[in-house]
Design a protein around this ligand. Structure first.
Ligand code: FES
Ligand SMILES: [Fe+2]
Length: 385
């Protein structure tokens, strides 16, 4: 069967999966997309927040609305590391404490007014927030991201439920079809096996004459994989990705990738990377809608784009197929096959983990993830003798 026993499609407040996911540090924004002094509304797991970046450069997450009469705080403005409401000017510090009520000329009562605030950590260009109850766990450090190299930080949106994405994490059988041109280097349909790891499950995909490609999924929403930097040459690196629901119909993917480029070539790679990042980003979400509406095809879209980061093609192709399953996929009528071994393995892991969580609240937080076991699967097998 290998169905989702527990509902991981709904992650709003009070839902089982939502309560589980809130026990982990989750990335919520890319720092470079938030200028010092800028505030934005933020929606994560069907809850609203305000994210703002203080003039010090530090990012803060607080409640969505002012305590006075409920105005959305992101339309206010940032003063130092505080945020001021645009309606009557109440001001809050980054701990959510009200510190000014300028219109209360007779008697201010700031000390009695506080809005929610959430701990944040900034790491490799991403802001992580702890949105759960109680004290946050230690922030997990992935050893593969601690090395020396060129770092790439990714954030993109996909318009479908988290479970569509989780099913895709180790699904190597789709490479040959969904990514038939963009990943044609590893297009052969592999023999796939899976193994449980300390905090998740790893897939081993064997293709003729090549070392197995190994990718690891870690609870609850993390992927550790070898990833490519598409510049004038293709450079392999290590990547960690987090899949974070915006609500039950949309999600963000955040990624940190690191490429071990020799020091003497590093500046050249960084310059190339910057040039690529400065190019206009095609409107991927709209283009996916056009493909799904039958107005164009993936091939036509990709053939007519101006220069852009080729990694986006892989994301776009995945976006189209995952949204095409249905924003919340109908899993009652699916027909699982033997190549779905990784899909079954991730569902089993989630089902087992949430059963334990539902029973006694246990959460296994990987504070010190072991070294990565991911491989590109593109190295040739060494021939015996
Ligand atoms: S609603 Fe924010 S100060 Fe009045
Ligand atoms: Fe894919």
């Amino acid at each position: 069967m290998n169905r989702w026993t527990y509902d991981c499609s709904h992650t709003g407040p009070g839902t089982l999966a939502g309560r589980y996911l809130r026990n982990f540090w989750q990335p919520v924004h890319r720092i470079e997309d938030l200028k010092p002094g800028q505030a934005k509304p933020l929606r994560i797991m069907s809850e609203d927040y305000t994210i703002y970046r203080g003039q010090s450069g530090k990012c803060h997450v607080v409640a969505p609305a002012c305590a006075h009469r409920g105005v959305q705080l992101s339309i206010g403005w940032v003063e130092g590391d505080d945020i001021r409401c645009r309606y009557h000017g109440w001001k809050y510090n980054s701990a959510g404490q009200c510190i000014e009520q300028p219109a209360e000329r007779e008697r201010q009562f700031c000390d009695k007014v506080r809005i929610a605030h959430y701990p944040t950590v900034e790491y490799h260009g991403l802001v992580f927030a702890y949105l759960g109850e109680g004290a946050p766990p230690n922030f997990p450090i992935f050893p593969e991201l601690e090395g020396d190299g060129v770092v790439e930080t990714i954030m993109y949106q996909r318009n479908c439920n988290l479970s569509n994405m989780l099913d895709n994490q180790l699904d190597e059988a789709h490479f040959a079809f969904t990514h038939r041109k963009t990943l044609d280097r590893i297009a052969e349909i592999p023999v796939i096996t899976v193994k449980r790891t300390q905090y998740g499950v790893a897939s081993y995909s064997e293709r003729s004459g090549l070392m197995p490609r190994i990718t690891e999924f870690m609870m609850p929403n993390i992927l550790r994989l070898k990833i490519m930097l598409y510049l004038s040459e293709i450079i392999p690196g290590d990547g960690v990705a987090w899949r974070v629901p915006i609500d039950d119909t949309r999600q963000y993917s955040f990624g940190v990738n690191i490429f071990a480029v020799p020091k003497e070539r590093r500046q050249q790679v960084i310059d190339e990377q910057r040039r690529l990042a400065s190019l206009p980003v095609p409107p991927w979400l709209d283009l996916a809608e056009d493909v799904l509406a039958g107005q164009t095809t993936i091939e036509e879209v990709e053939a007519n784009l101006p220069e852009h980061n080729m990694l986006h093609n892989v994301h776009f192709e995945d976006h189209v197929v995952q949204q095409a399953q249905g924003v919340i996929a109908d899993r009652d009528n699916e027909v699982l096959a033997s190549s779905d071994i990784p899909v079954r393995a991730i569902r089993d892991l989630w089902n087992e983990t949430l059963a334990v969580f539902a029973r006694d609240g246990t959460v296994r937080n990987a504070i010190s993830p072991p070294p990565t076991i991911a491989t590109t699967g593109e190295e040739k097998l060494e021939m015996a003798g």
